[in-house]
Design a protein around this ligand. Structure first.
Ligand SMILES: [Zn+2]
Length: 171
């Protein structure tokens, strides 16, 4: 007998159903949130993984956007898409993520964006909990790239926010 599974309303990952806490505004299943918690623990436990940690946080956030009438959720999607653009298209170092987010919140340029129905093929489960940091980093970049691509209809809007923010290298 197998346990009943359910699809996460955010990223679509199929996991055995659990009851448990959920994030206050990111929309996802309790099982997905718990599994992501294990990934975060692996990240926080390894300084080499923390060098690209922001990619993990950004990818998860944009795959689990909250309601567009929730100010916190709008800010979350905005700043996580903006850092994904900087890391993936401008070559910015993910280690700079938290200072970039602070500057984005101080000077907000984002507005609500309609979330895409499809959020990518990879989920948090594509990032190994252990193993060589280089391989884990590659997996995190692949997941982040997939999550960013899912928002392609809004890429030009996000690029515009980045241009106005002055946060791009040389920008
Ligand atoms: Zn999920």
């Amino acid at each position: 007998m197998s346990l009943p599974t359910a699809g996460c309303p955010g990223c679509g990952v199929e996991l055995p159903e659990v009851t448990g806490p959920a994030h206050p505004y990111l929309l996802g299943s309790a099982a997905c949130w718990a599994g992501y918690g294990d990934l975060l623990a692996a990240q926080y436990g390894d300084p080499q993984r923390m060098a690209f940690h922001q990619l993990v946080v950004d990818a998860y956030a944009v795959q689990h956007p909250g309601r567009s009438d929730d100010r916190r959720a709008v800010q979350s999607v905005g700043i996580h898409l903006m850092t994904l653009q900087l890391f993936l298209e401008e070559g910015v170092d993910p280690a700079l993520g938290s200072s970039l987010h602070r500057r984005m919140v101080e000077r907000p340029l984002f507005r609500p964006l309609a979330a895409p129905a499809a959020r990518g093929h990879r989920t948090f489960r594509s990032v190994p909990l252990s193993g060589a940091p280089g391989e884990v980093r590659s997996a995190a970049f692949a997941w982040a790239g997939d999550a960013w691509a899912a928002w392609s209809v809004h890429h030009d809007v996000v690029r515009g926010w980045i241009r106005r923010s002055g946060l791009a290298p040389g920008g």
